[in-house]
Design a protein around this ligand. Structure first.
Ligand code: HEM
Length: 510
């Protein structure tokens, strides 16, 4: 008999590879420490099963409710990842002081930022610098220079369109408009180095449009980080004009990186000279008594990029969804307008976010909160890793370093806490204190715990201010310009809608 080794090399290589895959699959299915966790067999055999749903389909989170119904509260969704469905499990993983560490995928633009910090200790250290900058009082202090200006610019563009055609108004691409508003607001708030996206005709800012395209790439990068990072490094070697023309999403990130770096370098050379506080002030003036040290330049630059990446689309997406629901629901729109007319009698007055947080604006806040529930923030898998002693969920032991994820999508659509969960109903939030507390505990759009959203106050201020002034000033019609199908979304870290929300705007008479 002819020896196997005498076969041609290509055949030997293929045969060795096939044998390796078969053995690995058998191990994963029958001998892996997670072999007893229920779930689809294909998910246990290969990460490509999950990658398919998150890259090619609408997102794994959309099918998880069905899978949990079939397999129970904990299921295996990758060879080394389980998903837990219940709120108690979510709280166990994401609570304050959690020993479950973040899993980081080495995104080259964000490595060094808060988001890339895997351990609680590193996170705490960085948050000590950043948290005071995002407090309610810090935001309110700069509002006259920040939100009032950016929002005024946004509203004045709308006003020009609303008064065109002899007052008959015109069409606004709110999808782009909201992204320009949130990008300029965040960049101005964090380091007064904004893109001037709001000044672009029809809100067509090239950088903002590039960010939008970037989400598909970024999600693929989490499954294939080495490939993504190698390709990014190779693309960076190309001439700038080629990168700008052919690789817009990466070039968009590069633009953020450049603006962030310029600002840190300027602040370093001109301490105390910026007209407003910046994201970097705490990091550039560390409190030595607390053992603080200035992070490396690359970390601070990445921090600037992170704020734009984390805050722009999340906030803009919530605004788009709110606009859609309010304009599609006559009763909600009427009640909102009644409140706004009563509390802001003069149509063109600007009210600050502190006032919107106070008495008189209860319906506005319910409208926004319900919008946030259905906007989900980050609907898909938020991934953590079990601590060195492992962890037990529903009686099933997970060894150290098992990936464990939970999706906000499932929490916000919990049918027990939120009956008819997909229905937009602000009245859910106008309830007695105890029910509100219960629902608030289940509503996780900003996640929670030591790694919850750091920009929550900035996001809420932007949402309350924009919704209040937008509906107080303008009559907006989305019917005929946007369809329900346009508002369906794919999960690409944030919900990316299939179409763009557009609306016809007219000035309100009073
Ligand atoms: C409606 C708007 C927003 C929503 C729904 C939202 C939601 C979230 C969620 C769910 C997370 C947790 C993600 C995870 O654990 O992987 C998060 C993290 C984060 N968010 Fe937000 N966000 C919003 C706006 C903002 C804004 C305006 C900023 C800042 C300018 C911001 C900055 C961050 C940062 C830096 C993190 C990472 C925190 C960490 O890793 O410790 N977000 N956000």
């Amino acid at each position: 008999m002819q020896s196997i080794l005498s076969l041609p090399y290509p055949i030997l290589i293929v045969a060795a590879f096939v044998t390796y895959v078969i053995l690995k699959t058998v191990y994963r299915l029958f001998f892996h420490p997670l072999a007893k966790i229920p779930g689809p067999k294909l998910a246990a055999a290969t990460t490509l099963w999950n990658a398919h749903y998150d890259i090619n389909a609408s997102g794994l989170c959309k099918i998880l409710p069905e899978l949990h119904k079939k397999y129970g509260p904990i299921i295996r969704i990758q060879p080394n990842e389980v998903h837990v469905a219940e709120l108690e499990s979510f709280n166990q993983v994401f609570r304050v002081g959690t020993p479950f560490e973040r899993v980081w995928h080495n995104n080259p633009f964000l490595t060094g930022s808060l988001q890339s910090k895997e351990t609680l200790q590193e996170t705490k250290k960085r948050r000590e610098f950043l948290s005071p900058f995002f407090s309610k009082s810090a935001i309110l202090k700069v509002e006259p220079f920040l939100h009032a200006q950016k929002l005024s610019l946004f509203l004045s563009t709308l006003q020009k369109t609303a008064m065109s055609s002899n007052g008959d108004g015109g069409l606004i691409d709110f999808f782009l408009g909201f992204r320009c508003l949130t990008a300029d607001t965040i960049m101005d708030y964090c380091f007064q180095q904004d893109l001037n996206a709001l000044a672009e005709p029809e809100f067509k800012s090239p950088t903002v449009q590039a960010f939008i395209e970037g989400f598909d790439l970024a999600i693929a990068g989490t499954f294939f980080p080495t490939l993504f990072n190698t390709m990014s490094s190779l693309i960076m070697l190309l001439p700038e004009r080629v990168r700008e023309a052919q690789f817009a999403p990466l070039y968009g990130f590069e633009t953020m990186q450049r603006l962030s770096r310029e600002r840190v370098l300027w602040l370093r050379a001109n301490p105390g000279k910026s007209k407003m506080p910046t994201l970097f002030d705490g990091m550039l003036a560390p409190d030595e008594k607390k053992g603080q040290v200035t992070p490396p330049l690359g970390d601070m630059v990445a921090e600037g990029c992170l704020m734009i990446a984390a805050g722009t689309d999340t906030t803009a997406n919530a605004l788009g969804l709110l606009l859609w629901h309010v304009t599609q629901n006559e009763q909600v729109q009427r009640r909102l307008l009644e409140e706004l007319r009563r509390e802001i009698p003069n149509r063109d007055d600007m009210v600050d976010s502190g006032a919107l947080d106070g008495p008189g604006f209860e319906y506005l806040r319910a409208v926004v909160k319900e919008g946030l529930r259905l906007a989900f923030g980050v609907p898909g898998r938020i991934i953590r890793r079990t601590p060195k002693e492992g962890a037990t969920f529903h009686g099933l032991y997970l060894p150290a370093k098992t990936q464990i994820s939970s999706c906000i999508y499932l929490q916000n659509l919990d049918p027990v806490t939120f009956p008819n969960p997909t229905e937009y109903d602000p009245d859910r939030w106008l309830c007695d204190a105890e029910t509100f507390k219960l629902r608030d505990r289940q509503m996780l759009s900003f996640s929670r715990g030591s790694r919850g959203c750091i920009g929550i106050n900035l996001a809420l201020a932007t949402l309350h201010l924009t919704v209040a002034h937008l509906f107080r000033r303008f009559e907006i019609t989305t019917t005929g310009h946007t369809t329900a199908r346009d508002m369906e979304w794919n999960d690409r870290f944030v919900p990316v809608t299939l179409g763009r929300i557009k609306g016809h705007v007219r000035m309100r008479k009073d």
